[in-house]
Write a protein that binds this ligand. Structure first.
Ligand SMILES: Nc1ncnc2c1ncn2[C@@H]1O[C@H](COP(=O)(O)OP(=O)(O)OP(=O)(O)O)[C@@H](O)[C@H]1O
Length: 363
């Protein structure tokens, strides 16, 4: 994964509507949502401007799907205000829906019907007349590589092809706000590249896109900015460059056979799921000293990774866990074996809430 890409669509003015411009494609203010005793979203404020792609990041259960469902009017918020192009999906759900397209995480295709019949059905639901619908079907199918599959039954398509059909359905009425909930889950490299290229084209033409994913590389490929949810709270929002500057500490990551040993180094150390992370601004320079500090435990070291500041280390710093789905199986946050204060050298970051410094030498 490369770092510091030039964000193609960073939003210089986060809230044009507040300065008297046209309404934003999406505006959330203090939005909260609970399911019984579970707080799925807590005081979330987020804007998406015309032509902006926002990569919505967060671990399983962070609140991404809930956010999209609220915006699409499928759920009602318990607190706060949502506007889609200036229209409230709570007060005027039908009008708000006209401006948005949603491709939910769960596939919503009808296997016995052909691709064209599936798309036609959704075009009709979106209120398109027959001739217009046929034009839009061709228009949505081509960039997603579906033209040659239009007369095939969806049930006979591969999983990745079905997901492309599912995505095309959300595009038929040319929405100004597009909500894509993990659109590349389970698709191959080619489908992913095609989808990302098309999202970039749509954004270049002015579509605002909220794109949830567990693959951080996609945020950079999309030229997107990022919004990070952690336990229902929006913990970061900005361009990749800004987030890396503000939160992108580096780390030396060590994996051992058996339990990680205690480690005395002049940088903060955290442990999560059997992995030690030594947090240093220049991890490649810290690595030799970290190795030397292992002493008798060195033969048990099975992997060492130098994590240069990137969106991945931003995510780690903010959530305490790796980004990939299923990469971490433990509970969020790191477990402290022994707490100790920062050494005050200034080259190690202060771990955020939810992570505990394990052992830092006082120097
Ligand atoms: N219908 C529901 N009833 C009760 N709890 C729910 C319901 N839907 C979601 N939750 C809970 O709300 C929280 C947020 O879930 P949500 O599906 O929005 O997360 P997510 O970020 O989309 O996760 P994933 O990456 O797994 O799709 C989780 O704790 C989840 O268990």
């Amino acid at each position: 994964m490369s770092t510091d890409p030039a964000p193609a669509n960073a939003n210089p003015n986060p809230n044009p509507s507040a300065s008297g411009g046209p309404p934003l494609p999406l505006s959330l203010r203090g939005v909260g949502k609970r399911y019984g005793s579970v707080t799925a979203l807590d005081d979330v404020s987020l804007d998406i401007a015309e032509g902006e792609v926002v990569g919505l990041l967060g671990h399983n259960g962070a609140g991404k799907t809930t956010l999209m469902s609220l915006v699409a009017g499928l759920l009602r918020p318990d607190a706060g205000e949502i506007e889609v192009l200036g229209v409230s999906p709570v007060r005027e759900p039908r009008r708000a829906r006209l401006g948005l397209g949603l491709a939910p995480q769960e596939l919503g295709v009808y296997p016995p019907l052909t691709v064209r019949q599936n798309l036609r059905f959704f075009a009709e639901l979106a209120g398109l007349r027959r001739r217009e619908a046929e034009r839009r079907i061709e228009e949505a199918a081509a960039p997603l590589g579906l033209t040659d599959l239009l007369e095939r039954r969806v049930g006979r398509l591969s999983g990745g092809e079905q997901r492309r059909v599912h995505t095309a359905m959300a595009l038929l009425h040319r929405p100004r706000l597009l909500l894509l909930d993990e659109p590349t889950a389970g698709v191959d490299v080619e489908t992913r590249a095609r989808l990302i290229a098309h999202v970039r084209e749509l954004a270049a033409a002015g579509t605002a896109v909220c794109y949830s994913t567990h693959y951080l590389g996609e945020v950079e490929d999309l030229g997107a900015s990022a919004a990070v949810l952690d336990h229902g709270r929006l913990v970061a929002r900005g361009t990749v460059t800004d987030l890396v500057r503000d939160h992108g500490e580096g780390a030396v990551e060590l994996t051992f056979s058996g339990a990680p040993p205690p480690l005395r180094v002049p940088w903060p150390v955290t442990r999560a799921d059997g992995t030690l992370r030594v947090h240093a601004r220049e991890p490649h320079l810290a690595a030799p000293e970290v190795l030397a500090a292992l002493g008798d435990s060195l033969p048990r070291l099975v992997n060492l990774r130098v994590l240069r500041p990137s969106l991945e280390t931003v995510f780690l710093a903010l959530t305490g866990q790796r980004p990939e789905a299923g990469a971490e199986t433990g509970a969020p946050g790191a477990t402290a074996a022994a707490a100790g204060p920062d050494d005050g050298r200034g080259d190690g970051p202060t771990p955020p809430a939810g992570r505990t410094v394990e052992a830092g030498r006082h120097g």
